[in-house]
Design a protein around this ligand. Structure first.
Ligand code: DAK
Length: 259
């Protein structure tokens, strides 16, 4: 499909989605949101696609935040009546397949929030993360205060939200926001390799592993453990469980059925 502000292409079983407004450091506006929703829905519906990577075009930014030039024009009633940007949450909550954010530069405000919606983040050495909304007289609006705090703890989340400072890739990895940091020129190779590894896993098991890790933020330990045990038991009924274990015993590669 042709988009105006993003690109989306299937590379084997991996969908590569690129935020494509480099002249505005890939700032997120309502068109980007609508197109990303469409691209994610297409990815989720396509049985040949098993993992996605989201990145930013150009060398400087993943996304430097929501588009300030769009927001500056809006009245308070517009934000309320449009339920501005509420679509982001729905969009990611509905995606059961795994996806990775490959952060190639600035991931600020809404950009940091979108990266944190991913299942995990792979960052280039040039990546910079922050929630600088306070400098614009506002606060995070797409989960930044909540996801950042869960990822890095209260001290660093308060530091970033209250001072508006940026955190580099090394600090972000140390703090637990980022899964891996890689040299800038290897970011896309590493992210695609990770995505291909995931796409090569039995798809139901991938979706269930994702669901279980996400559930750990919403439940008590006991409820989470029960949820985990039940989904483990459901996976034992799949053809891919039989195939995976048989292939191990026979010392051969598994041939997944996706069922
Ligand atoms: N919006 C619009 N344009 C942006 C932008 C942004 N967020 N960030 C950069 N640009 C544009 C610049 O205006 C500039 O455009 P021209 O002047 O060339 O036309 C171009 O991108 C290049 O940027 P710079 O010239 O500034 O580049 P530098 O390397 O000097 O600086 C920078 C890079 C990232 C440090 C700087 O651009 C910067 O500070 N940008 C703003 C970062 C920021 O404040 N981000 C947070 C935005 S607020 C909500 C949910 C979520 C949100 C709001 C509501 N609801 C549910 C209600 C989210 C809010 C945000 O994200």
């Amino acid at each position: 499909m042709a988009y105006e502000t993003i690109t989306s292409e299937a590379r084997g079983a991996v969908t590569l989605i690129t935020l494509n407004r480099p002249e505005a450091l890939n700032a997120l506006n309502t068109t980007v949101l609508r197109e990303l929703q469409e691209a994610f829905a297409a990815f989720e519906a396509d049985d040949s696609q098993h993992c996605a990577v989201v990145t930013g075009s150009g060398d400087k930014a993943f996304a430097a935040g929501a588009d300030i030039k769009e927001m500056v024009e809006k009245e308070p009633a517009d934000f309320f009546l449009e339920d501005f940007f509420s679509g982001w949450n729905d969009m990611t909550a509905k995606i059961r397949k795994p996806w990775i954010a490959a952060v190639n530069g600035f991931a600020l405000g809404g950009g940091c929030e979108v990266a944190m919606m991913a299942d995990f983040i792979i960052a280039s050495e040039n990546a910079k993360f922050g929630q600088p909304e306070i400098k614009l007289g506002v606060a995070p609006g797409m989960g930044g205060s909540q996801r950042l705090t869960r990822a890095v703890g209260k001290a660093k989340a308060m530091d970033l939200c209250l001072t508006g400072r940026m955190m580099d890739a090394e600090e972000a990895e140390r703090a637990g926001l980022v899964a891996r940091v890689v040299p800038h020129d290897q970011l896309m190779d590493e992210a695609m390799k990770a995505a291909e590894t995931i796409a090569g896993m039995p798809p139901m098991a991938a979706m269930i592993n994702k669901e279980l890790v996400d559930a750990s933020f919403e439940t008590t330990l006991q409820q989470g453990m029960l949820h985990e045990r039940r989904l483990f038991q459901i996976l034992t009924a799949t053809q891919d469980k039989a195939e995976g274990m048989q292939a191990f015993v026979e010392k051969r590669a598994a041939n997944w059925k996706g069922r």
